[in-house]
Design a protein around this ligand. Structure first.
Ligand code: SF4
Length: 243
């Protein structure tokens, strides 16, 4: 499965007690080195959580160079932009060996609206995210021992302490963030250099793309961090997947 995989000197197992030390050791190493270590340690027990944002298309490209049959997970909230779903199809065409699992909420959008009202995302976004993102992700992650994300420190003030490897205490599993230290410029340089497909909404002022209601995803505020367009006007800054 890992034809291009370099064998790493792995003196420490990657477990709850060691992730802090490993994060320090790995700080500044290339994303590919972190990906190789993650794949080497966890293999089929590792999955990439993917929302098809700019970081995710970079990570899919990097990960499939190491492991062409990589496992990935997409949460289909039922509220995605058409552009996001089209990008998903383009990515699957470009990486036909990628094994993408689509996780869905327990309730359809119609069932949720019948039960909680038309615009739960507007009135109670935390509850909407809990139903449509957090629960499906937690359920889909259950078979795995480690997951990987495209999170970066630069994305938001809540992410400045992000390590390249962490212990996800809530789920009892290891979490890899190989791009933690990458800048926006590095992401876009990589996308253009390798001519990766990306969401056209990025060109319309949306650096961070979530669900389509205007209260959930808007264009970013000039000079603010890249997640400033998410849940604008509300204290909410995260969907709850990464708390
Ligand atoms: S981002 Fe908005 S629509 Fe999507 S799950 Fe959260 S509150 Fe609901």
């Amino acid at each position: 499965m890992t034809a291009g995989l370099m064998m790493h000197e792995q003196c420490l197992p990657i477990v709850e007690e060691t992730v802090g030390e490993l994060a320090q050791c790995w700080e500044g190493q290339s994303p590919t080195a972190t990906i190789e270590q993650a794949v080497e340690a966890f293999g089929e027990s590792l999955v990439l959580a993917c929302s098809f944002g700019s970081e995710n298309v970079v990570l899919i490209d990097l990960l499939t160079r190491v492991w062409p049959e990589a496992r990935a997970l997409f949460i289909d909230t039922g509220y995605h932009f058409a552009e996001t779903l089209e990008l998903k199809d383009r990515i699957l065409e470009r990486y036909p060996r990628l094994r993408l699992e689509v996780a869905k909420p327990l309730l359809t959008v119609e069932e949720q609206q019948a039960h909680y009202g038309e615009r739960l995302y507007e009135h109670q976004p935390d509850q909407c995210c809990a139903l449509r993102k957090v629960e499906p992700l937690n359920r889909a992650l259950r078979p795995y021992k480690a997951w990987m994300t495209g999170m970066r420190r630069e994305q938001a003030h809540t992410r400045t302490g992000l390590g390249v490897v962490q212990w996800d205490a809530r789920r009892g599993m290891v979490k890899f963030n190989p791009l933690a230290h990458w800048t926006d410029r590095q992401i876009w340089t990589y996308i253009f250099k390798h001519q990766l497909p990306y969401n056209p909404l990025h060109d319309q002022g949306y650096p961070s793309i979530g669900c389509s209601p205007a209260t959930c995803t808007a264009a970013a505020v000039a000079g603010a961090d890249s997640r400033s367009g998410r849940w604008q006007g509300k204290a909410k800054t995260e969907c709850g997947l990464h708390l």
